[in-house]
Design a protein around this ligand. Structure first.
Ligand code: TXA
Ligand code: MG
Length: 320
């Protein structure tokens, strides 16, 4: 039996109660689908690790519905973090901040910092607000995929990845395909200057413009654990090639303006970089479903969200 439910007032309320009762709820956000659990419930969080087959010392982002909850989870918040929050939340951005006592080791991976995000998706916000109205303080949610694999951008993809391990009290909320399609930008805000730990739709230029600060990249934050920062990550089963010419039967992804080489199987032809980001993971999943072994990708030009596309594809290709 499938645990997928369309997002309605009723199902979202049921999902909020399910979270409070220690169950898992996979839910849509504008970036990718998250696998949520009550951020205060150790047993529920342990199930996230189990279901995702994720090493236990990796931290999980806490999702909240409004800025009012920031100070429950984080302290010593620099002014530039408020500037970022005001500009880009709700949105595809996660801030890493010094934690309060509320953020337990089981959610921070034993580190002294917590990752916070307010997603920009109406159903996600309804779920988070519903959960908070029942007394919850935050929903811990990594991407709803097996560790190291592609993040899901549809409810069906969540079901294919994790459905078998769900109990009948766990829920997958279907809110359609994610609009951004790549995981949030992660910004370490514990030092004088912001440091980008994972690129995303909130770009370096946007961060510098919003804060009036230059980004830093040479301080302690490089040492914190962030699985998205492993060199090999975000991988489909197919091998990805960023150069070379596909043979007949190989998959091919490029902007619409690039012609499909003879015999190659066109998996996606996005009009622009934003659409490229939105459909990339879906297209790579299609390759796996069709047992295509090799996918040739023509990268978009660097800049804007392409930086994140190129980052993810670089990790997907790495076989070291
Ligand atoms: O777009 C997203 O960020 C999605 C949606 C569901 O919100 N979530 C997501 O979670 O991509 P995950 O766990 O797959 O990747 C989150 C990254 C991980 O690399 C994790 O290590 C890092 O955020 N992270 C979370 N909390 C952290 C913390 N306290 N300190 C350092 N890194 C943290
Ligand atoms: Mg992930």
């Amino acid at each position: 039996m499938s645990n997928i439910f369309p997002c309605t007032k009723l199902t979202i309320n049921q999902a909020a109660s399910a979270l409070l009762n220690g169950n898992l709820v996979a839910f849509p956000t504008e970036t990718v689908y998250g696998l949520g659990a009550d951020a205060m419930n150790e047993k529920a969080i342990l199930r996230i690790y189990e279901v995702k087959k994720r090493p236990k010392n990796h931290p999980i982002i806490v999702h909240i519905s409004s800025e009012e909850l920031i100070s429950k989870w984080a302290r010593k918040i620099p002014n530039y973090a408020f500037l970022l929050a005001r500009r880009f939340w709700p949105g595809p951005m996660t801030l890493i901040l010094a934690r309060t006592k509320l953020a337990k080791d089981f959610v921070t991976g034993g580190q002294d910092c917590v990752g916070l995000r307010i997603p920009n998706h109406k159903d996600a916000i309804k779920l988070l607000a519903g959960f908070e109205s029942l007394g919850g303080l935050g929903v811990a949610a990594p991407s709803a995929n097996i560790f190291g694999k592609l993040s899901p951008t549809t409810a069906d993809a969540v079901d294919e990845e994790l459905g078998e391990q769900f109990n009948n009290t766990d829920i997958i909320l279907d809110g359609g395909m994610c609009g951004v399609g790549l995981e949030s930008t992660i910004i370490d805000c514990r030092f004088k200057q912001p440091n980008v730990l994972r690129s995303g739709a909130v770009t370096n230029e946007m961060i510098e413009e919003a804060t009036g600060l230059k980004l830093s990249n040479d301080h302690m934050s490089a040492k914190i654990r962030a699985p998205g920062s492993l060199r090999s990550h975000y991988s489909p089963n197919a091998d990805i090639y960023l150069d070379g010419i596909p043979s007949p039967g190989d998959g091919f992804i490029a902007l619409r303006s690039v012609k499909t080489p003879k015999g190659a199987i066109r998996l996606a032809a996005p009009e622009d970089d934003l659409q490229y980001a939105r459909i990339l993971y879906h297209a790579l999943r299609q390759a796996d479903k069709r047992s295509i072994r090799r996918v040739f990708v023509v990268l978009p030009q660097l800049g804007g969200i392409s930086t994140a596309i190129i980052d993810r594809l670089g990790r997907a290709t790495y076989r070291g």
